[in-house]
Design a protein around this ligand. Structure first.
Ligand code: NAI
Length: 732
């Protein structure tokens, strides 16, 4: 079956429809190239055709990018470079064609990566105003760069600074922003997309329309519309790009900013920057060559391989119903009840409403409810301010949340989520209330540490009780950990998994146990950091070692954010459950007892207010007075950064292996996704299991043994790792 379909109307406007047979979305594949080239030649040769409109045959997507499977299958750098060269040639042909017969890209739905590069090679671009329409070059998110001309055509179209802003971060934008940036020429309602595209094609062919492109430029001042959008940095960058010296400074600045951000862990944005620079300084031909060469290098790089594996894992999770039986169906959820309007409850209510599902929100009193509504409105208002949402959409979403201080209006909810205080007795009492007030509803607990089996103890319908562990802040954190209790039914799991996906979350399902998966593997990691602190290492050296390893923040800063008291509480629960292995360092309780609870108390490992306790401190500075509470006091001794990182990370890896061995985890895939999306494990390392594979089980066990000799039982290897070290097996 053909991917491209050509229809020519009487007025000489050809409509080229791309529709990859048997696939829900259009992706670009090398195998289409011959067909595409033949089609371009036919259009070029056919004197009856004056202009061309390119559209997608799919309902809601234009072209989502190159086929990632195809890229992943590339065996060598040469092969990958050839793929890029092929893509570049096809786009060059399209661009050439456009010089004689104008080409119009009519975009509805995502036009990303190669799909957007195809649009860039057209003469004119029109996008629909639908929220489904997204444009951009997200390749760096997979450790790649735009390999079909994007690094050359985008700067030429919208200027260097703006293009770098999109390419280096892999940002995608909605239609209105795309119009302002100059990515598209017009934005129209979907209903008239094709009609208008035909009209513009005819006008371009007759010469009646010449696209005017006002690049963001300081000459003559910025257009008013752009002034509000462009912040000081962008303005400065735009000023720079107008002369060669300025451009050199611009590239230097960009390189420096990238280094600070990536710490050298992510080569793709640096290569993309380099490809743009070469094109600007040495001309397009050199630019295209660099783009293809770098693309080849990146496709076979370890970093890209890891990021692509994560992409495939999340794609697979989207199809997973969370049980081992794919025939289990989720029950429809038309409304949820939310108990507790605190930090988490309000966050969960927001993501539910955002997904279009009505929420009945309950708290103890009006004050509690008020705080919850304020939090939800705050998230929505911020989106309106950033123009992610219209006022109208904001009001519509907010109207899906209604409040109560009793159980009125809860009976019709299919799922009731609880995020009341972390207290077993309270949670059990809540189960009884829900079973009385909303019989038949699924009861989902957002507990972060209490086993679901304990919450369900004494319940009439334990099969309806499940854990839905969200992460804070709920609207930003991508992971949802669903916990299947010992008696939770498959249908309950499938229903909450489907609900979580609807909320936009990446969902993993784990079996019950203290700390489930994420809290359980985080505990020994953070615990190790506190041991290292107790041994005398300075706070900043511990955090820096793990940030350099690739975590977004260090473990002690994380404790400050989460609450040192919360961390200590979890540490005690883990200690009670797992014994000596999770022994906290002696004397650590003193830190909490002194009232040092972290950011919320403005007193933690770092400074939040000045000595007088008044002015907020902006810079990240260690509060050295914490050392008075610790062994060693003010006298600190360095421990090598490599040892700090290795000890903390090995704790997490080893605990993850225990979780897999004990079947808390269904697969290493889920363990990696949970750690990357829930705990900030460095994505370029793939997660604890991929990381262990990269070291090899025997090396992991050997290192653990060395630390066990020095520090005792908490470094005892997981039996699964020992077994794998013997057999040479890998997790993947
Ligand atoms: P919070 O203290 O901000 O909110 C709890 C809310 O529940 C308060 O508004 C309180 O008035 C309300 N509440 C208490 N008893 C109630 C009842 N019987 N009926 C209705 N409302 C009641 O606490 P937060 O941080 O939102 O935590 C809630 C739950 O989420 C806890 O189980 C916690 O362990 C869990 N969790 C917290 C995370 C966090 O980062 N804060 C992360 C993941 C889970």
């Amino acid at each position: 079956m053909d991917t491209f379909r050509l229809e020519v109307s009487a007025d000489g406007i050809a409509l080229l429809t791309m529709d990859v047979p048997g696939e829900p979305v259009n992706t670009l594949r090398a195998s289409f190239q011959d067909e595409f080239v033949a089609m371009a030649k036919r259009i070029s040769d056919d004197s009856a055709i004056r202009a061309l409109v390119i559209v997608s045959g799919k309902a809601d997507n234009f072209i989502v990018g190159a086929d990632v499977q195809m890229l992943a299958a590339a065996k060598s750098q040469t092969e990958a470079t050839a793929l890029s060269r092929g893509g570049q040639q096809a786009m060059a042909q399209l661009e050439e064609l456009g010089k004689r017969k104008p080409t119009v890209a009519a975009i509805h739905g995502p036009a990303l990566g190669g799909g957007f590069e195809l649009a860039l090679a057209c003469t004119y671009r029109i996008a629909t105003d639908s929220t489904k329409t997204q444009l951009g070059l997200p390749e760096v998110q997979l450790g790649l760069l735009p390999g079909a001309g994007g690094t050359q055509r985008l700067p030429a179209l919208i200027g260097i600074a703006q293009a770098l802003d999109l390419i280096l971060a892999g940002k995608t934008v909605r239609a209105s922003k795309a119009r302002k940036l100059g990515l598209v020429d017009e934005v129209v309602p979907k209903a008239i997309l094709i009609e208008l595209a035909r009209k513009r094609a005819a006008e371009l062919a007759s010469g009646a329309l010449r696209p005017v492109r006002t690049r963001l430029s300081l000459k003559g001042g910025l257009p008013k519309m752009l002034r509000s959008m462009a912040d000081a940095e962008v303005l400065q960058a735009v000023a720079l790009e107008e002369n060669p010296v300025g451009r050199r400074i611009l590239f230097q600045q960009a390189r420096k900013a990238l280094r600070t951000k990536t710490r050298g862990h992510y080569p793709a944005p640096e290569k993309a920057l380099e490809a743009v620079r070469i094109g600007i300084e040495k001309g397009a031909e050199e630019g295209y060559r660099a783009e293809a060469d770098f693309f080849g290098e990146l496709v076979v790089s370890e970093v890209s391989r890891r990021l692509v594996e994560i992409f495939f894992a999340t794609t697979a999770l989207k199809k997973d119903n969370g049980t081992d039986d794919s025939s289990v169906k989720a029950l429809p959820v038309r409304k949820i009840g939310m108990l507790g309007a605190g930090l988490m409850g309000a966050g969960i209510a927001y993501v539910t409403a955002d997904a279009g599902v009505p929420v009945r929100l309950k708290d103890k009193d009006d004050a509690g409810l008020g705080r919850g509504f304020k939090q939800i409105a705050g998230i929505l208002d911020a989106k309106v301010k950033r123009r992610r949402l219209s006022r109208r959409e904001r009001d519509d979403k907010l109207s899906l949340v209604t409040g109560t201080t009793d159980y009125s209006g809860m009976k019709t909810a299919e799922v009731i989520v609880e995020a009341v205080f972390e207290d077993l007795k309270l949670k059990q009492a809540t189960v009884r209330e829900v079973e009385r007030e909303a019989p038949g509803a699924i009861f989902a607990s957002n507990t972060s540490s209490i086993p679901i089996g304990q919450i369900a103890f004494g319940a009439v319908h334990p099969e309806k009780i499940v854990g839905m562990h969200f992460f804070s802040p709920v609207d930003k954190m991508p992971l949802l950990e669903i916990i299947r209790g010992p008696r939770t039914s498959a249908e309950t799991v499938a229903t909450t998994v489907a609900l979580g996906k609807k909320m936009g979350k990446t969902v993993i399902v784990v079996n019950d146990g203290p700390g489930f998966y994420t809290s359980r593997v985080l505990a020994p990691y953070v615990n190790e950091a506190t041991f290292i602190l107790a041994e005398g290492a300075p706070v900043e050296e511990i955090d820096r070692a793990l940030v350099d390893f690739g975590f977004p923040v260090g473990p002690l800063q994380l404790l400050d954010e989460v609450g040192i008291d919360v961390g200590a509480k979890v540490a005690h629960i883990m200690h009670a459950a797992f014994g000596d292995r999770m022994n906290p360092p002696p004397g650590f309780d003193k830190v909490v007892e002194s009232g040092r609870l972290g950011r919320k108390a403005k007193k933690g490992f770092y400074l939040y207010v000045d000595v007088a306790g008044v002015k907020p401190v902006k810079e990240k500075l260690v509060d050295k007075s914490v050392y008075d509470l610790l062994p060693g006091g003010q006298k600190r001794t360095s421990i090598p950064a490599s040892e700090i990182a290795e000890r903390c990370v090995l704790q997490m890896v080893n605990e993850a292996a225990l979780c897999l061995g004990e079947k808390v985890l269904r697969s290493p895939r889920d363990g990696d996704i949970g750690a990357v999306f829930g705990l900030g494990f460095p994505p370029f390392r793939g997660g604890p299991f991929r990381y262990a594979d990269s070291l090899g089980a025997s090396a992991v066990v050997e290192r653990l043994r060395r630390y066990q000799d020095r520090f005792g039982a908490r470094f005892a290897s997981a039996p699964l790792l020992v077994e794998m070290a013997k057999s040479g097996a890998k997790f993947f």
